[in-house]
Design a protein around this ligand. Structure first.
Ligand code: M6R
Length: 374
């Protein structure tokens, strides 16, 4: 049942090229550059009129939501607010029937996320679910569902469902942008072409980076703390890297926006602290280049204090190797889709460290696959 893999988690990490392909399949046309979302009782008119998108989710799905905010705001120019589902109801949200609700949930049964959805509906919003389980409660109560076709996820630590959520959010963002005419046909086509190349690129990472992460695990499996840094859309990916490591290896880990380090956490850095920095870039994108340059200065702030940097960078980045202890390479893609590539090394790193520490990676202590209590 584990298909020759030692753990479900590793099997599911390696299933990501297929999960991404299946989530894209049948939903895009490369001829017209259009995205088709079926199972939607929400019209293009609703999409055009939406004044805001409210997203609620928990855990890893919340990280996907936070990355999704970058995709939706960048492409469709609609303001997005992201809440922890467990907080949403209790902050007395302001009713706004022209806002669309978006719930992101692998299981579709998370009690906090369901409660947030019901709150949104009671305030007059239509809701859309991004869900991996057909017919799950949250999908049933939604006005529209974008199913992630990741297949059943057994490992408690979410991996392939997460990357499939990022892809579903990307499709949603492109669809919304088309309805609102904030991107041209050519732009739509170019974005979708990049998307279709993603599974092959993930395969490449799995081939090269898995062994490197296993080696890194030998060096770093005994540390007591880890830091993960990123900027822009890579910041939620840093949070996801930290969560993966915490939940399966029990090492304390924190994710931080790289630019915030100087406002406090720099005090933590010493020669014992490994710092994973997401330093990929899309050279064709001005914002991405700027982000990369700023990230390089953040790396120098860490190395100047003797912190040990493990960087995730794009292939062919020769500059970064001189600055850091280790580099894990991923192929090139556009800025928003780099988020899907740079999480893969973080999943593999967490996995190999946890295995070396003798942890039960598929069934971590104190955790359940789906959290059906509030
Ligand atoms: O099924 P959901 O996506 O709603 O679950 C949300 C979280 O409970 C889940 O992502 C959790 O954080 C995972 N253990 C992360 O690996």
């Amino acid at each position: 049942e584990k298909g020759g893999y030692k753990h479900f988690m590793l099997k599911e990490i390696f299933e990501q090229p297929r999960a991404i392909r299946d989530t894209t399949l049948g939903r895009i046309s490369l001829d017209t550059g259009k995205v088709f979302l079926s199972e939607m009782k929400i019209s293009d008119e609703d999409f055009r009129r939406a004044t805001k998108i409210n997203i609620a989710a928990c855990g890893t799905s919340w990280h996907a939501a936070t990355a999704g905010k970058f995709m939706i705001e960048r492409l469709a120019r609609v303001p997005v607010e992201v809440d922890y589902a467990s907080e949403y109801r209790y902050r007395d949200p302001i009713p706004d029937p022209t806002a669309l609700g978006l719930l992101i949930t692998q299981s579709g049964e998370t009690a906090d996320t369901l409660a947030a959805q019901r709150e949104m509906i009671s305030k007059g919003s239509k809701t859309i679910a991004i869900c991996n389980v057909v017919g799950a409660m949250i999908a049933r109560e939604a006005h529209g569902t974008i199913y992630t076709h990741a297949g059943p996820e057994i490992g408690v630590a979410s991996t392939k469902a997460f990357t499939a959520q990022l892809v579903a959010l990307f499709l949603f963002a492109v669809h919304l942008a088309q309805a609102r005419q904030t991107i041209s046909e050519d732009e739509g086509r170019a974005l979708l072409e990049e998307l279709t190349m993603l599974p092959g690129k993930v395969e490449e990472i799995l081939k090269t980076v898995d062994g490197e992460c296993e080696k890194l695990a030998r060096i770093y499996s005994n540390v007591s703390d880890f830091l993960f840094l990123g900027r822009g859309i890579h910041y939620p990916i840093a949070l996801e890297g930290a969560l993966k490591l915490k939940e399966i290896s029990y090492i304390h880990a924190e994710g931080y926006p790289a630019g915030e380090m100087k406002h406090g956490p720099n005090a933590l850095i010493d020669e014992t602290l490994p710092v994973v920095v997401l330093a990929t870039q899309d050279k064709s994108n001005r914002d991405s280049k700027l982000r990369y340059e700023k990230t390089l200065s953040n790396i120098q702030e860490v190395t100047a204090r003797s912190g040990k940097v493990i960087a995730v960078a794009v292939e062919g980045d020769t500059d970064i190797g001189h600055l850091v202890e280790h580099v894990l390479h991923v192929p090139h893609t556009s800025e928003l889709l780099l988020s899907v590539l740079d999480v893969i090394p973080l999943q593999l790193l967490a996995y190999h460290i946890a295995v070396r520490r003798g942890c039960d990676v598929d069934q971590p202590r104190n955790l359940a696959k789906s959290v059906t209590v509030e």
